[in-house]
Write a protein that binds this ligand. Structure first.
Ligand SMILES: [Mg+2]
Length: 224
C-alpha cells in the first residue's frame, strides 16, 4: 500500500492559490518537461562516470569511465544530488513541452508535481519560468497518488496526470481512478524496459500527441 502523503507535501498543496473552475493538468517535470537524464549524463561525464541505460535504474548503472565498474550506492546519491545542485536551474526543455503547455493553459489549470528535494524547488521554478512556464510547482517525494488526490480535492472537472514513472502512474491509478493517465516516456533507451500499463489513456513519447489528446477532451472537439 502506498504510504500517506508527507506533511511537507500537504503544506505546499494547502498553500496553493487554486482556480478550481477548469480541467486540471498535473504534470511531472523530470523527463516529461525537462531533460533530467541528459543533465545527469552531462554531470556524470564531468565526474568521470557514465550512465549505462541497459536497465531502468540508477543504482548499479552509474559506471566509472576508467574501469566500467558500477559506483557504490552512496556515490550514486552524491552524484545525483550533485547533479541537482549543478543543473536544476539550467535543464533543457523536452521538445514541444513548453509550447504544448502554454497552448493548454487557457483552457486548463496546470500544476507541476515533481519528485525533488524541496531545497531545489526555487531552482526548478526558475528553470521553468525561464522557459515561460509560470505554473505552481509542488515538490513531492514518493509515489504521487496521495498528492494527486489532494490536488483534485473532490473536483468534478477532468484531471490529466502526465508522468514517465510506472510507479507514479500506477499509484495515481490506485488513488484517483477517474484521472486520465498519460504515460510519457520520451527516452527510447528507457521506454524499451517499461512494459505497457493497462488502462492508461495514452502512452506516448511526444508532446504533439499529448497536446492533441488533452486538447480534444477539454475543447470537446476531437480531430483526425
Ligand atoms: Mg519524471
Amino acid at each position: 500500500m502506498t504510504i500517506p502523503m508527507r506533511d511537507e507535501v500537504k503544506r505546499q498543496i494547502d498553500a496553493l492559490e487554486r482556480d478550481g473552475t477548469r480541467p486540471l493538468i498535473i504534470c511531472d517535470v523530470d523527463e516529461v518537461v525537462v531533460h533530467f537524464v541528459k543533465s545527469l549524463e552531462d554531470h556524470l561525464d564531468e565526474h568521470d562516470c557514465w550512465l549505462d541505460k541497459s536497465s531502468f535504474a540508477l543504482n548499479g548503472n552509474i559506471r566509472l569511465k576508467s574501469t566500467n565498474e558500477a559506483v557504490p550506492t552512496h556515490r550514486v546519491g552524491e552524484l545525483l544530488f550533485g547533479c541537482f545542485d549543478a543543473k536544476t536551474h539550467i535543464m533543457d526543455m523536452i521538445d514541444g513541452a513548453a509550447d504544448a503547455l502554454r497552448r493548454l493553459e487557457d483552457h486548463t489549470e496546470i500544476i507541476m508535481l515533481t519528485n525533488l528535494p524541496e531545497r531545489y524547488l526555487d531552482q526548478r521554478v526558475e528553470n521553468l519560468r525561464g522557459h515561460g512556464l509560470h505554473y505552481p510547482v509542488v515538490a513531492n517525494s514518493g509515489h504521487k497518488g496521495p498528492a494527486v488526490e489532494a490536488l483534485i480535492n473532490g473536483s468534478d472537472h477532468a484531471t490529466f496526470f502526465i508522468d514517465d514513472s510506472p510507479n507514479n502512474i500506477t499509484s495515481v491509478q490506485e488513488w484517483c481512478p477517474r484521472a486520465h493517465l498519460v504515460h510519457f516516456i520520451q527516452d527510447q533507451h528507457f521506454a524499451r524496459h517499461v512494459t505497457p500499463i493497462e488502462d492508461v489513456a495514452l502512452r506516448t513519447d511526444n508532446w504533439t500527441d499529448t497536446h492533441r489528446y488533452i486538447d480534444d477532451l477539454v475543447s470537446g472537439q476531437p480531430r483526425e
